[in-house]
Design a protein around this ligand. Structure first.
Ligand code: OFO
Length: 168
């Protein structure tokens, strides 16, 4: 059974995933209004993924005899100045989330809650993927010419992201 402290931390992480989902939606809206339908489609799909992460934690809390809570999330304050800025925000956000996951791993070790430790490993692995994805985006944009990329290369990047396969 989950300790009260662990239940609280897991609920906090649920909220963080929900917040992440909103941030990706906001970034996706920004990309769409700038005419990058492929990037926005990619970000919207990622928003869905973050929501799935929230649900995954919710189900785990229930499974372990705890009571999850759906908390309020702040309206995302993201206003990218450029595509580079947009992708930098994605990376910064994912690094911040990785740190939060490490916090859960530390707590589970301190409490010798091996079930939660095991559960959190899925997220540790997922964060490797998510950071890699964000770094890839930044690299691809750099290759395309960064903020001075030609319309054609941004068009190609946009198309590439529209077709990028979904992850878990
Ligand atoms: Fe983007 O990550 Fe959830 O956990």
């Amino acid at each position: 059974r989950l300790s009260k402290a662990m239940e609280t931390s897991l609920i906090k992480q649920m909220t963080k995933e929900n917040q992440a989902s909103q941030i990706y939606l906001a970034l996706g809206i920004w990309a769409d209004t700038k005419g990058y339908g492929g990037v926005s489609n990619f970000l919207f799909r990622h928003a869905q993924e973050e929501r799935n992460h929230m649900i995954k934690i919710m189900m785990y809390i229930l499974e372990r005899g705890g009571t999850p809570k759906v908390e309020a999330v702040e309206a995302p304050k993201v206003a990218p100045k450029s595509m580079t800025d947009c992708f930098d925000l994605v990376l910064k956000h994912e690094i911040d989330n990785t740190n939060a996951i490490y916090g859960l791993v530390n707590q589970s070790m301190e409490e010798k809650d091996w079930a939660t430790w095991n559960f959190a490993q899925w997220f540790v692995k997922e964060q490797i993927e998510e950071e890699k994805l964000a770094l890839d985006l930044i690299d691809k944009l750099k290759i395309a010419g960064g903020d001075r990329a030609s319309d054609e290369s941004l068009f190609n990047l946009d198309k590439y992201l529209a077709d990028a396969p979904d992850e878990v």
